[in-house]
Design a protein around this ligand. Structure first.
Ligand code: C2O
Ligand code: CU
Length: 454
């Protein structure tokens, strides 16, 4: 009942029957302009773009092992595409215009159809002019249920975002060089599932699976949960072998996800999801708590693992990635389509960032590797801003300085001056984008790709 209420509040969501999708005709998702009351009632509404006239797009839900079949129809005033973020899918279905498909032109449609080998918390979003299209609302949750999901009282997905609205309810303009050359488009309003501080009622002692998804353009959220005990059980969709006790602070970079198993342990009448900002903590969502005190469960949950692709560090193909650019540190020159341009010429093209001295997606991949090879990429953030580097099509592990491997992720945060190394087995053939998920940075040059040849 409460789960249905929640999904109902994710706009006029239609929930697809679990597991039933493989047999039915392909679903349609229509990308089109849409107006939504984002600001409180009494304020103007907001002109947005959305999937199926809801913001965020409806929660798409499948069972591990199903096929996803969705025809995306473009009724926007510009070309689009859909990327299924974090899924280890067929390359032709990855949704990157100019790399894996042609953009879906105005009035046209594209049929996405692929297998779903992994369970977990993912999301779908536009991958065309994404700084603008994602900010305008073209995103939604994509949940793949385990064959045997853990036993919980409620399963709640919160897509958190910060958008930048003007007083009149309009989205602030997108032609902003400051965003491109600094941290990216940081919003002035926090949203959870498209709403300001929504409420999700819980019962004392309930066990909740909370799925946090950041759809933010650029903000790195530092979050806290109040009123719960529990564990972080998955990151970026992938189960942790060893769930971590709920920490005080949860850092969520753009596009990252976190699954939590939480027991409602508060004695008070409310629990909270908080964002910690410079001047204090603010609720992004709250949970009214009712019911007599009932003992919370306490047994730890370990999610079943997804298919594993072992990493062979000793026999790896290696590359390094120097991240340069942006204000306060900047770069003097970079290559674009093989041509050396100085900073002024780059700025004239809206380019402010480079990977290994190249601004924009290069014609040749960062690496061309054979299926099954292990890849190691060392990265250095020589800029004054954080970056969330996202690899399409395969999850990676961080390689720590002692040679141990971190949990599987698809997006890794590099703070200014960080150096980090990642490794993965190139198990998925195709051309895979590797880019900064601060969407203004991607637009302004921070993207490369990796070819996995079968
Ligand atoms: Cu979430 Cu290249 O994307
Ligand atoms: Cu970046």
């Amino acid at each position: 009942m409460q789960r249905r209420q929640f999904l109902g509040s994710l706009a006029a969501a239609s929930l697809f029957p679990r597991g039933g999708i493989a047999q039915t005709a392909p679903m349609r998702l229509i990308a089109a302009p849409h107006r939504q009351q984002v600001l409180p009632v009494g304020y103007p509404d907001t002109a947005m773009w959305s999937f199926d006239a809801t913001f965020p797009g409806k929660a798409l839900r499948f069972k591990q092992g199903d096929r996803l079949g969705i025809t995306v129809e473009n009724q926007l005033p510009q070309p689009t595409s859909v990327h299924w973020h974090g899924l280890r899918l067929d390359n032709a279905m990855d949704g990157v215009p100019g790399l894996t498909q042609a953009p879906i032109e105005q009035g046209a449609s594209f049929e996405y159809d692929f297998a779903l080998p992994d369970a977990g918390t993912y999301w779908y979003h536009s991958h065309a002019k994404s700084m603008e299209q994602v900010e305008r609302g073209l995103y939604g949750p994509l949940i793949i249920d385990e064959t045997e999901p853990p036993d919980v009282d409620q399963d709640i997905t919160l897509m958190i975002d910060d958008i930048r609205l003007e007083q009149d309810g309009n989205l602030a303009a997108f032609d902003n060089f400051h965003d491109l050359s600094h941290a990216g488009r940081i919003g002035n309003l926090w949203l959870a599932n498209g709403q300001i501080d929504p409420a999700y009622p819980l019962k004392r002692g309930d066990r909740v699976r909370l799925r946090l998804i950041s759809a933010a353009n650029a903000r790195v959220f530092t979050l806290g949960l109040q009123g719960f005990d529990g564990w972080v059980v998955a990151l970026d969709g992938m189960p942790l072998k060893d769930p971590r006790t709920l920490p005080e602070e949860l850092v969520l970079a753009p596009a990252q996800r976190m699954d939590l198993i939480l027991d409602v342990t508060t004695d008070s009448e409310e629990a909270f999801l908080i964002t910690f900002e410079r001047d204090g903590g603010y609720a992004i969502a709250h949970f009214p708590v009712t019911g007599p005190s009932k003992a919370a469960r306490s047994e730890k949950v370990i999610l079943p693992p997804n298919p594993d692709f072992p990493i062979d560090l000793a026999n790896a193909r290696t590359a390094t990635l120097m991240i340069e650019g942006g204000a306060m540190g900047g770069m003097r020159a970079a290559r674009v389509d093989g041509q050396e341009l100085d900073a002024r010429e780059l700025a004239g093209r809206g380019l402010f960032w480079a990977l290994n001295g190249v601004a924009g997606r290069p014609e040749t991949p960062l690496l061309d590797v054979s299926l099954g090879e292990t890849v190691r990429i060392g990265m250095a953030n020589n800029t004054a801003f954080p970056h969330g580097m996202h690899l399409h099509g395969m999850h990676f592990s961080e390689v720590f300085s002692d040679g141990t491997l971190g949990p599987l992720r698809d997006t890794i945060l590099l703070n200014p001056q960080d150096t980090r190394e990642i490794a993965f087995q190139a198990h998925n053939p195709g051309d895979w984008l590797f880019h900064c998920h601060m969407l203004a940075h991607h637009q302004a040059g921070m993207g490369t790709w990796i070819r996995v040849s079968a």
